[in-house]
Design a binder for this molecule. Structure first.
Ligand code: CTP
Length: 411
């Protein structure tokens, strides 16, 4: 039996990147021999084993054949006579179909090294189109390797477009879409993921409310980039610069979905888009069953991002109501995420990236003032229930108004 390092580990090593996870292919062995050598079998569909010490994955060389829609629709064949080349030929991209032998020799039947050098994502064989997850994978690799300047080979893009048109993309299960999207959101340039999905037509199927934003104008005065799709991509990448938190990034990405619902006759104005966007986020969250924290932050950012932009114009009462709606007193950490997403929106515009966004300081100052109101003192006055709630609100409004007057005189 022979073992080879394969997949992402070889690719990343050749790119000079740290290796995240090592996957191995075993040629000339059987499940019985693997078990006898102390390996543990994982997963019942494929002959994959964990090494007794390193716990790295060792898969028996296999071929795959499509038998139905989606990724359960495969039958796989493994036996000691399946060759390394056969195993490599079932893989998605040439850059992922390179193997490294124990001797250090590179086995590269599909010229993956050439494509790595030329920075090209190219499919290995027409079997690429049998697995729609591969569209998401290319999009995710585009986000991860953006700084290398990878391009998708024309024939691969044509194949991806065909997979969308033929409906193969609809076989994707929601969990997998969200999993890949989340992984793309954690990359340095997450916008590349959405741009690739858009280019092959997949975005229109997977997230039509996002896809339709391209071509929708916004007022040039606030949005020199004009196009809403361009703006949300800028906001997303800026969010990625501002914070590693994928909740913040998702909220920045979805803050303007409501602009897709503005009647065309009202363009470039988008009055009321904040609330219209909430329904879009709820629909997306339901379809892909995304975690509540992602959905809730995104909804708050959609609903209140203009309040944040107008922080200096808000009356004390409206400011407090906004803070209450954001539930800042119970969720101060989420408030910080909200402020980051609003910053990404404000600065994720053409020529605005370096501009100061002091509205967040105003919001934070209002929160600190409101938090400083002594609730115990009010309780000691014998107030309870609704009466106490009203009094706290009044006192906080008064404190914010007084604090703002002082603040104003300082600026
Ligand atoms: N693979 C494939 N098609 C898929 C998933 C995986 O062909 N839908 C193959 C590729 O050769 C890939 C290898 O299986 O390189 C390992 O897959 P995985 O660990 O999921 O991805 P990596 O390419 O290693 O990338 P990552 O760095 O994200 O783990």
């Amino acid at each position: 039996m022979k073992t080879y390092l394969v997949g992402g580990a070889v690719r990343d090593e050749l790119l000079g990147l740290p290796v995240r996870e090592k996957d191995w292919v075993v040629v000339g062995s059987t499940p019985e021999a693997m078990l006898a050598a102390g390996f543990k079998q994982v997963g019942k569909d494929f002959p994959v084993f964990l090494h007794p010490k390193t716990h790295e994955e060792y898969a028996l060389a296999r071929t795959e054949r499509k038998t139905g829609q989606g990724y359960h629709g495969f039958s796989c064949y493994s036996s000691p006579d399946v060759t390394l080349e056969q195993d490599l030929s079932r893989r998605d991209l040439t850059i992922n179909a390179i193997a490294k032998a124990e001797s250090g020799d590179i086995i590269d039947p599909f010229q993956g090294q050439q494509d790595l050098k030329n920075k090209i994502f190219r499919h290995v064989s027409p079997a690429f189109s049998e697995d729609p997850v591969r569209i998401l994978r290319i999009a995710r690799f585009a986000a991860r390797f953006r700084s290398f300047g990878f391009k998708i080979a024309d024939e691969t893009m044509a194949l991806m477009q065909h997979m969308v048109q033929s409906g193969e993309i609809d076989a994707l299960v929601s969990e997998r879409v969200w999993q890949e999207m989340l992984s793309a959101l954690s990359e340095e340039h997450p916008s590349a993921f959405f741009l690739v999905l858009r280019a092959c037509g997949a975005l229109a199927r997977l997230w039509p409310d996002l896809d339709c934003l391209w071509g929708i104008p916004q007022p040039e005065q606030h949005h020199p980039e004009i196009d809403t799709g361009v703006h949300v991509m800028m906001a997303l990448d800026l969010a990625a610069k501002l914070s590693p938190d994928t909740q913040v990034r998702f909220a920045a990405l979805s803050h303007d979905l409501g602009k897709g619902k503005t009647p065309e006759k009202n363009w470039p104005s988008h009055r009321g888009h904040e609330e219209l966007g909430v329904a879009c986020i709820e629909a997306f969250a339901g379809r892909y069953r995304i975690p509540h924290e992602y959905r809730d932050l995104a909804i708050l950012v959609s609903r209140y991002h203009l309040h944040c932009h107008r922080a200096f114009e808000l009356r004390a009462d409206t400011m407090l109501k906004t803070l209450e709606a954001l539930d800042v007193f119970r969720k101060p950490d989420r408030f910080e995420k909200f402020l980051l997403a609003c910053t990404a929106d404000a600065r994720g515009r053409k020529d605005k990236e370096q501009e100061a966004y002091i509205q967040v300081d105003r919001m934070r100052a209002a929160y600190q003032i409101a938090k400083g109101v002594n609730v115990d003192r009010l309780r000691e006055q014998g107030l309870t229930g609704e009466k106490l709630g009203e009094k706290i609100h009044q006192e906080r409004v008064r404190a914010i108004a007084a604090g703002f007057d002082e603040h104003q005189s300082r600026y």
